[in-house]
Design a binder for this molecule. Structure first.
Ligand code: AIR
Length: 170
């Protein structure tokens, strides 16, 4: 699914379309930061050859970071990482097993040699922010947009009505 007309820089891959409701939050946040991305549903277990084709061709098409999301026996981020030298961010999808503890452990417990940067269970937004921060290392304009996002977030807390007293000078 192409999300932008310009070449995608972040490749999001989910183990199933059933993961899309969680991962659409990453697509939305990357859009707000003006980072082109694309999202696919490719199970590492059900369609490994297609996954290898996707990962193998991604860098030539402009992808610089992967976000891989899966639930249960969530091998997808590790398998993606095994096939690329680009950074891979793993998102554990919530499940019925202790809220997604199975997904979390499957993704975070990577044996040494092949890293996956794992965010919280259901942490689609942080995955998007981390991907943007990686791209911002070589993109000053994106760095500025990320700083503006942070500043707005801080301001919205400072301006919350419950904090009115704290805003007054001592
Ligand atoms: N999954 C699919 N293939 C391998 C794995 N780990 C995961 C998906 C989804 C869950 O299994 O990432 O979170 C259920 O998928 P489905 O397609 O049965 O809804």
């Amino acid at each position: 699914m192409a999300e932008h007309e310009t070449a995608a820089r972040v490749g999001i891959v989910c183990g199933s379309r059933s993961d899309f409701p969680v991962m659409e939050k990453a697509v939305e946040l990357l859009g707000r930061l003006d980072v082109p991305c694309e999202m696919h549903a490719i199970s590492a277990h059900r369609a490994p050859d297609l996954l290898f084709r996707f990962v193998g061709g991604a860098e030539a098409r402009g992808i610089r970071v992967f976000i891989a999301a899966a639930g249960g026996a969530a091998h997808l981020p590790g398998v993606v990482a095994a096939k690329t030298i680009l950074p891979v961010i793993g998102v554990p999808i919530p499940t019925q097993v202790a809220g997604g503890l199975d997904s979390l452990l499957s993704i975070v417990q990577m044996p040494k040699g092949i890293p996956v940067a794992t965010v919280a269970v259901g942490g689609a937004e942080n995955a998007a922010l981390l991907a943007a921060e990686i791209l911002a290392l070589s993109d000053p304009a994106l760095r500025g947009r990320l700083q503006a996002y942070r500043d707005a977030q801080t301001r919205s807390i400072e301006e919350d009505e419950t904090n009115a007293d704290l805003r007054r000078a001592p």
